[in-house]
Design a protein around this ligand. Structure first.
Ligand SMILES: NC(=O)c1ccc[n+]([C@@H]2O[C@H](COP(=O)([O-])OP(=O)(O)OC[C@H]3O[C@@H](n4cnc5c(N)ncnc54)[C@H](OP(=O)(O)O)[C@@H]3O)[C@@H](O)[C@H]2O)c1
Length: 212
């Protein structure tokens, strides 16, 4: 079985895929357009496989590298195929029409909405605070990226922590899946700063890191 399946072939798929290859994990890239998945797999290197989303044999960790609405659609369509699987939700459910709020209700999160659609999957929130470009190096200013990890499944969380560690990044276990509310809110603030001309060195190239 493949170690890691990434669904989507955009910027975050490229970033997390680069880290998966660096971690020595077997990797599969899936896309609604298999040719796009194949192009990214070829770019990521020898041994990376690709295909269509529907009907694929999924890896033990499935990364939803998709916009929030698409992630909900795909999780719903995959249904039982995700049972018992570790599913990483990386989404930031920002209202892009206003860039002034999240689209999830207060007291909820994208991760919890996705988990409700796949109750037998083990959903983990991770990578939502790492910008895609920084994942290629895995570091900003020479410091490994922090990856905040939240889940109600200890087993799934351990699997993601292991992947993040092997990928050369620093995992930080922030607790249960409901901590995704704060991770999504925090990243929304970081996103507004990247778009704010007052911070002229912030250009989707920053890292959110805890220093001690
Ligand atoms: N970019 C970042 O720095 C960053 C950082 C942290 C978290 N995130 C989160 O990561 C997720 C992906 O972001 P991204 O920057 O990688 O976006 P992206 O570059 O636009 O890639 C999105 C991928 O989703 C696919 N997709 C879109 N709608 C779909 C649908 N209805 N069904 C199936 N596939 C669909 C796209 O396929 P097509 O090419 O065919 O449209 C593409 O492969 C988002 O939820 C975002 O909030 C992004």
């Amino acid at each position: 079985m493949t170690d890691i399946t990434i669904i989507g072939s955009g910027n975050m798929a490229r970033g997390i895929g680069t880290r998966a290859v660096a971690a020595g994990r077997s990797l599969q890239v899936l896309d609604r357009e298999p040719a796009k998945a194949q192009a990214l797999a070829t770019e990521l290197g020898a041994g990376v496989t690709s295909g269509a989303i529907e009907g694929a044999n999924l890896g033990s960790i499935v990364v939803l590298a998709l916009p929030f609405d698409a992630a909900k659609e795909v999780v719903t369509s995959l249904a039982a195929a995700l049972d018992g699987t570790t599913v990483i939700d990386i989404t930031n459910p920002v209202d892009f029409a206003t860039f002034d709020s999240l689209v999830v209700a207060p007291g909820s999160s994208a991760a919890e909405e996705i988990a409700a659609l796949a109750p037998a999957a083990n959903v983990v929130k991770a990578f939502n605070t790492t910008f895609a470009g920084t994942l290629i190096e895995g570091a900003v200013e020479g410091l490994p990226l922090d990856v905040f990890v939240a889940s109600d499944s200890d087993e799934a969380k351990a699997a993601v922590v292991g992947f993040v560690t092997d990928a050369g990044l620093r995992p930080i276990d922030v607790g249960p899946l409901r901590r995704a509310r704060e991770l999504e809110g925090f990243q929304f603030v970081l996103m507004t700063l990247q778009a704010n001309p007052a911070f002229d060195t912030f250009n989707w190239n920053t890292g959110l890191k805890i220093l001690a």
